[in-house]
Ligand binder design. Structure first.
Ligand code: SF4
Ligand code: SF4
Length: 406
């Protein structure tokens, strides 16, 4: 039997040693084997071989995984947990789509369809909805976790940014800055800082042309593979040529770097080779001269930067001249943001965030004047909501440039 369509070699590679368990945020919170990587893999095996059905406890165990891949980084046997979970989610999504369900589940699926199919891939719709959410938040009609929170109002067009910085859309430059969906709507000041730093290194930067609105990472996490593949093709078309692609969102960067696997084509693999995280790219190119700011920054490693891209050390090289950097002592444990996880699994997400907050406080992140650095928009929102002063590495570097931004 091959009910979930998983790779047999990947599935049997887990030897059950349990060394991944302390690195799993859901196991740390619940203490339950089924909420651990080892337990989830055992459950996948049971379903895949027909020993157990796809039932509600199985679906819950898969949905409660943050997909942080902390387990993958800790595993001495090299179990590719991310592949197993992504393929399982894709199988569950197909299974759910083909089964009649109760009304509440159908309503939920309808709302998800609107979010994934209508809102995220259409920037104008996302911006309009962001304004509505902002107003609803101000009127206390929706919780703060559903929206832009403290990141200020969404911006209606890209034109002011591009005019100010002489950035072209869809035209070839020395490098592309991928702008994405939620980040471009809610955290555009980070893009502004990234553009200013890239220009300070002497580059002509372009932003994606038509179709490059969403990388599909959230779709792939949710198991909506066909939609993720469709968006990936559009993103590839929006940034033609050979120029490097710089990404200032760790989650989007991880997704773009995995287009080769997602699409299974040589063109997608070649495209992925052009993708760099912002800090990784600037360090490779040469960090512009910075001044010592005298400020302390506690570094938070987004899971998709640390465990998937494995490029988290570049942030330290980027900022070490300008700031006193402090690491947390939790081995990069997840903050619980996980794409849409904080919305879909709010209780678990909150519990995981509390542990991350404790680690940040132990590193002094709650002291007056101390900043937290995060390279992922979801983590930044989660930690801001927890009360920390969060900035992106691009903003920190821009503020420490000796010459100042252009
Ligand atoms: S996933 Fe890796 S670390 Fe975890 S139990 Fe399996 S073999 Fe051990
Ligand atoms: S991906 Fe993260 S949450 Fe999921 S099993 Fe691995 S460590 Fe746990």
């Amino acid at each position: 039997m091959n009910i979930l369509g998983l790779d047999d070699d990947e599935l049997i590679s887990c030897v059950g040693c349990g060394l991944c368990l302390p690195h799993c945020p859901t196991y740390r919170v619940t203490g339950l084997e089924i909420a651990s990587p080892r337990g989830r893999i055992a459950a996948m095996r049971a379903v895949e071989t027909g020993v157990a059905p796809i039932d509600a406890p199985f679906v819950d165990a898969m949905q409660e995984c943050v997909q942080c891949r902390g387990c993958e980084a800790a595993c001495p046997s090299g179990v590719p947990f991310g592949h197993l979970m992504e393929d399982t989610r894709a199988a569950l999504e197909l299974n759910a789509a083909s089964r009649p369900t109760a009304l509440a589940a159908r309503v939920r699926r309808g709302l998800e369809w609107i979010g994934y199919r209508v809102v995220l891939p259409n920037h104008r719709v996302l911006i309009a909805l962001s304004w509505l959410l902002l107003v609803a938040q101000r009127l206390h009609l929706v919780p703060k976790r559903f929206g832009p929170q403290r990141f200020g109002p969404p911006l209606l067009t890209r034109s002011s940014l591009m005019t100010k910085l002489d950035v072209s859309s869809g035209a070839l430059g020395d490098a592309w800055l991928f702008t994405g969906c939620v980040m471009d709507a809610w955290q555009r000041p980070t893009h502004l800082a990234a553009l200013q730093v890239l220009q300070a290194t002497g580059l002509r930067v372009a932003v994606p042309g038509r179709g490059g609105d969403c990388c599909g990472a959230l779709h792939e996490h949710a198991g909506r593979r066909a939609e993720a593949q469709h968006l990936a093709r559009k993103v590839m078309q929006s940034m033609p040529g050979d120029a490097p692609i710089v990404v200032d969102s760790a989650g989007c960067g991880a997704a773009l770097k995995q287009y080769g696997r997602l699409l299974g084509t040589e063109a997608a693999t070649d495209f992925s080779r052009r993708v760099f995280d912002f800090s990784e790219f600037v360090v490779q190119r040469g960090v512009p001269a910075t001044r010592a700011t005298g400020r302390t920054v506690v570094v938070q490693d987004p899971c998709h930067l640390r465990h998937v891209q494995k490029s988290h050390m570049a942030v330290r090289s980027l900022l070490s001249d300008g700031y006193e950097l402090v690491d947390t002592d939790d081995d990069g444990l997840c903050c619980g943001a996980g794409g849409a996880y904080s919305v879909l699994q709010p209780d678990l997400s909150r519990e995981i965030a509390m542990r991350k907050s404790a680690a940040l406080r132990a590193a002094g992140a709650d002291r007056p004047g101390v900043l937290v650095c995060s390279a992922n928009p979801g983590c930044a929102m989660q930690l801001t909501q927890a009360g920390f002063s969060v900035q992106h590495p691009a903003e920190l570097l821009r503020d420490a440039l000796k010459e100042g931004p252009r």
